[in-house]
Write a protein that binds this ligand. Structure first.
Ligand code: FE
Ligand code: FE
Ligand code: ZN
Length: 276
């Protein structure tokens, strides 16, 4: 099955959001665990959750991706910011444990001048604190474009984090096509080469989700500006190769393109048409 969806607001609850993604032609969605700029989580609505689970069963929604807020920075130089990250991680994972197979994506963080090695150790410290062996949620490190002091700009940095995490089976990777292209991985001209590199450094078994975005910025620019599918520097042909690639095609794909619902609907339709 082609698992395709987009980022949606969950402000009307899980059931309504699920109905929206079905209307858009998709079968999975990404949502923010809380306001992306930080702050309080939505209160848990058990009734809504149960209605959603029922709806998901017969509408073919198999997996959800929850995105941590952008303000979560596990490797900030400011200790209180790291404490906030720890707190958000714990609370979000606890919420996601209601599901049996949720994915929880986060930006590894920005070391804010401490250096990559210190940053990686701080991320690992928090992960080793919040992951536990009975958990059913998989936590995903998102590949980043590499702006500023962002960690996760290379497969090596992601691999180093994973290598230091104790519960490795709780950790995976989310590949954002816009980010990796900006980070200097040429998924347009050498997708096989990039996937081989990913496999030898991280392991393709760790890849659990794809953020499917075109880019407004040139290759290797380290800039993070998403573009609509087919209208950016990555282009439709490369995107079509990605959704059909034998090593990627079974993963869930999430659009994070600059669109309203109507635009997402058109992109989902287009991608379904291009799916072989
Ligand atoms: Fe992200
Ligand atoms: Fe992304
Ligand atoms: Zn981005």
């Amino acid at each position: 099955m082609f698992k395709i969806g987009c980022h949606l607001s969950i402000s009307n609850g899980f059931l309504k959001t699920a109905k929206t993604i079905i209307e858009l032609g998709g079968n999975t969605f990404q949502y923010f665990s809380r306001n992306p700029q930080g702050g309080a989580a939505r209160s848990w609505d058990q009734q809504d959750f149960e209605s959603f689970m029922e709806f998901a069963k017969y509408s073919g929604i198999e997996v959800l991706l929850c995105h941590a807020p952008y303000t979560l920075n596990a490797c900030s130089a400011t200790p209180s910011t790291r404490d906030f990250a720890r707190m958000i991680f714990k609370a979000d994972i606890e919420m996601l444990e209601h599901f049996s197979n949720a994915l929880y994506n986060f930006h590894p963080g920005s070391h804010t001048g401490q250096g990559v090695e210190v940053g990686i150790d701080q991320i690992v410290e928090i992960l080793n604190e919040v992951l536990y062996s009975e958990m059913k949620t998989t936590v995903l490190l998102e590949c980043m474009a590499g702006k500023g002091s962002e960690i996760g700009r290379s497969f090596e940095e992601i691999a180093e984090i994973i290598s230091k995490v104790k519960l490795k089976d709780k950790i995976g990777v989310c590949l954002d096509t816009c980010h990796v292209y900006s980070a200097g991985y040429d998924i347009v001209n050498d997708l096989d080469g990039v996937l081989n590199e990913f496999d030898s450094i991280i392991g393709l078994d760790k890849l659990k989700a794809i953020h499917l975005n075109d880019s407004k910025m040139p290759f290797a620019s380290n800039k993070d500006r998403h573009e609509k599918i087919g209208q950016g520097t990555i282009g439709l042909e490369a995107i079509v190769n990605i959704i059909n690639h034998p090593k990627l095609r079974d993963l869930p794909f999430y659009l994070e393109t600059p669109n309203e619902l109507e635009g997402y609907k058109e992109e989902i339709e287009l991608l379904k048409k291009c799916r072989k």
